[in-house]
Design a protein around this ligand. Structure first.
Ligand SMILES: Cc1cc2nc3c(=O)[nH]c(=O)nc-3n(C[C@H](O)[C@H](O)[C@H](O)COP(=O)(O)O)c2cc1C
Length: 323
């Protein structure tokens, strides 16, 4: 058998391998580009870009917890114009598909960003961050209601022909319903998951660590939670799922493929080892070679099929009491 086929497609984006970066943990690839050749990645997902520049939240912004970090960055970014002028042209020459992660306060803002990115060379796809607050819904995240996920997805769909990924929030009662709303709205894929809401309390100052109280939990601490979310979502939709949450090794990535992810994104793992993505690509190749598996695509959803009588996918898995 020759070398296994690691390539996967997400919408119109053909990736040489299934490993991408998770938004906000790789900047715009500048710093990591000094450490390794980023063309070895399946795709680069950028830091969240907003219409106007954002300064982000006051410190502290990061807080280490066992097996993870809490972050409250507040979407610090240079804004769309600077992204188009300073980052996109450089990224376009890097030999790797670029997916711009975008955030907005309103559906109209998402659409404006999407249409202004339409002509930008090198940006092959958009990932819309529906975890951000919708000012027309009293600041509730878009993700908190499948109807608003449908509205923002279908509006952005009309604004761009580029590959459209909807990044799901795990902080909802029914993530499968949100995923279905994204699919119905015309998303080419969903990425799953964003950070889990958590908090930390400062026992010296006797107050919350973060000025905004709640922060997003990421890293190995969330891996089993994210895996379950991917399982549920993969059983609920027909579009590809990008698995995200605590992936630090090839074995973690393979767990997500078996649960139904077509590709994976590495976030906090990049902070632990800046070359984590490369090691994960190499480890996936070895895993396939050792087992004589021809292609990474052959792993996708295999564990779902292994659960006997799992016609309803997640429904079946959820039916038993876990205590
Ligand atoms: C410091 C930091 C910044 C992040 N910024 C963004 C962002 O701008 N947009 C977004 O959609 N997700 C953002 N995320 C969420 C990650 O992309 C990812 O979904 C989450 O961290 C879970 O993956 P992980 O456990 O591998 O880190 C951020 C995460 C971290 C840790």
């Amino acid at each position: 058998m020759g070398s296994p086929d690691l390539s996967v497609s997400i919408g119109a984006i053909r990736m040489k391998n299934p490993v991408m970066t998770a938004s906000g943990t790789f900047g715009f690839g500048r710093e990591y580009g000094r450490i390794f050749d980023i063309s070895a990645l399946g795709a680069v997902v950028t830091k969240g870009v907003t219409l106007e520049p954002r300064a982000g939240n006051p410190p502290p912004r990061l807080w280490e917890v066992p097996c993870g970090i809490l972050n409250s960055i507040g979407l610090q970014n240079p804004g769309l114009e600077a992204f188009i002028r300073d980052e996109a042209p450089r990224l376009a020459g890097c030999g790797v598909p670029v997916i711009a992660n975008i955030s907005g306060d309103t559906t109209a803002e998402f659409c404006e960003i999407a249409s202004r990115l339409e002509e930008v060379p090198g940006v092959e796809g958009l990932e819309i961050n529906v975890s951000c607050p919708n000012i027309h819904a009293g600041g509730q995240p878009f993700a908190s209601d499948p109807e608003s996920v449908y509205r923002v997805t279908s509006s952005v769909r009309r604004a761009t022909p580029k590959t459209l990924i909807v990044k799901l929030s795990p902080n909802v009662a029914n993530i499968a319903a949100t995923a279905r709303a994204a699919e119905m709205g015309g998303a080419d894929a969903v990425s799953c998951v964003n950070t889990y809401l958590g908090m930390a309390t400062d026992t010296v100052r006797m107050r919350p660590v973060f000025p905004r109280v709640f922060a997003g939990l990421s890293g190995p601490a969330i891996k089993p939670l994210a895996l379950r979310a991917v399982w549920e979502v993969a059983a609920a939709v027909g579009i590809p799922v990008v698995g995200i949450g605590g992936i630090c090794s090839a074995r973690d990535a393979v767990e997500f493929f078996l649960a139904g992810a077509r590709a994976v994104a590495v976030g906090t793992g990049n902070f632990i080892s800046p070359t984590a993505c490369l090691e994960i690509v190499a480890g996936i190749r070895s895993y396939l070679e050792e087992r004589g598996i021809r292609a990474v695509a052959d792993l996708v959803g295999r564990a779902q099929g292994a659960v006997s009588g799992n016609a309803g996918g997640a429904g079946q898995a959820r039916s038993g009491c876990t205590q």
